[in-house]
Design a protein around this ligand. Structure first.
Ligand code: TYM
Length: 352
């Protein structure tokens, strides 16, 4: 196989209510990846957002709010590339080519489409159906090798791998003839893990914490203040048993498992270590410690987000600079793809 340089890509939708699941499952891990050697690209995926109806004025605000969350969490826009998807044309262009590589049967298996489209599938947008193909284009426009995401994106990343492999196979002759060896796209590695890969609702430990849950008490929003965080943790559903001393004792206790996982992720430790400290104790004491920890980490993050959102010119400048740097990587990749596919294209100075 061809060798690819390590490159990290991930995206977050600007659809409102960024929550603890987004932070622990994704954004916090983006910051950790940045400390390594690889180039990281973090994208506010506004083109994905419009697969469901978005109010235009709100969408703009939310694009800036997700960017603010990235920066407030510690993503350094000089070191990483922070941008919004619609500013880089390669995403849409490559998505079209991938629409012609991906098979209907593959998309028909996507569980998120089924969940989001609901019963009235005839009325879902074509964009919602093709959503995972655009996601593959996001990742592969940079030939990204690693994608940190929460557990709910696993199936989409498998599709990305299938699309990369089918493109490499379908066009193998042309890929070699254009000097790219035996593979043009890497088979991307999903990075899913840690104690908070799937943060659950605070009201129901069997349901994912989600922006679209009608109950605001089901999630901790990144913009919640200390009082709101404390209230939501205190009200979080639990069961009558004390906390177990071993991880095996969390089986069949989804609410307990969720709170212990959240604690572990916030503290950068493991469920085992949390239970070594709190196992055998009642939930009330554990919840008190969780409130303290969550407020210590999330309250300053939310305050910094609000400060940054109040300076939209600064945010827009970060996004513009990021888009130029992203485009400098993606545009030559797209040129190479067009050559491989057999399009006649405008000449450009840069090449991969
Ligand atoms: P989105 O915007 O729904 O969520 C952003 C990230 O947060 C993670 N996440 C969670 N992690 C743990 N527990 C939860 N309850 C939870 N809820 C959300 C998601 O897994 C995700 O990592 N399709 C993507 C956006 C996207 C993308 C991409 C991601 C578009 N293009 C390319 C990676 C690479 C999405 O809807 O994420």
């Amino acid at each position: 196989m061809a060798a690819f340089n390590d490159l990290v890509f991930s995206g977050v939708q600007p659809t409102g209510n960024l929550h603890l699941g987004n932070y622990l499952g994704a954004v916090k891990r983006f910051v950790e990846m940045q400390a390594r050697d690889a180039q990281c690209l973090y994208c506010v995926v506004d083109m994905h957002a419009i697969t469901l109806w978005q109010d235009p004025a709100e969408l703009k605000t939310q694009i800036r709010e997700v960017t603010a969350a990235f920066l407030a969490a510690g993503i350094d826009p000089k070191r990483s590339i922070v941008f919004n998807q619609s500013q880089v044309p390669a995403h849409a262009e490559l998505a079209w080519i991938f629409n012609c590589v991906a098979r209907l049967g593959w998309l028909n298996r996507m569980t998120q489409f089924k969940d989001k489209a609901g019963k009235d599938r005839e009325n879902a947008s074509i964009g919602l159906y093709a959503y995972p193909v655009l996601m593959a284009a996001d990742i592969l426009a940079y030939r990204a090798t690693h994608v940190p995401v929460g557990e709910d994106q696993k199936q989409h990343l498998e599709l990305t791998r299938d699309i990369a492999q089918k493109f490499n196979n379908d066009f193998s002759g042309s890929i070699a003839a254009h000097g790219h060896g035996d593979a043009f796209f890497p088979v991307t590695e999903p990075l899913i893990g840690g104690p908070a890969a799937r943060v659950m609702s605070l009201r129901d430990g069997t349901k994912k914490m989600s922006k679209s849950d009608p109950s605001d008490n089901s999630r901790i929003n990144l913009t919640d203040d200390a009082d709101a965080i404390a209230n939501k943790v205190r009200k979080a559903k639990t069961d009558p048993e004390p906390l177990p001393s071993e991880v095996a004792g969390l089986a069949g206790r989804p609410e307990a498992d969720n709170l212990v996982g959240i604690f572990a992720a916030l503290k950068d430790t493991t469920r085992e270590a949390v239970l070594a400290d709190y196992g055998g104790g009642q939930f009330s004491a554990f919840k008190g410690a969780l409130v303290e920890l969550a407020v210590e980490i999330l309250a300053p993050l939310g305050a910094e987000m609000k400060r940054l959102v109040a300076e939209p010119e600064h945010i827009d400048a970060v996004l513009f600079d990021g888009a130029e740097r992203a485009d400098a990587i993606a545009a030559p990749t797209l040129d190479a793809v067009k050559d491989i596919v057999g399009f006649v294209r405008r000449p450009r100075l840069r090449s991969v």
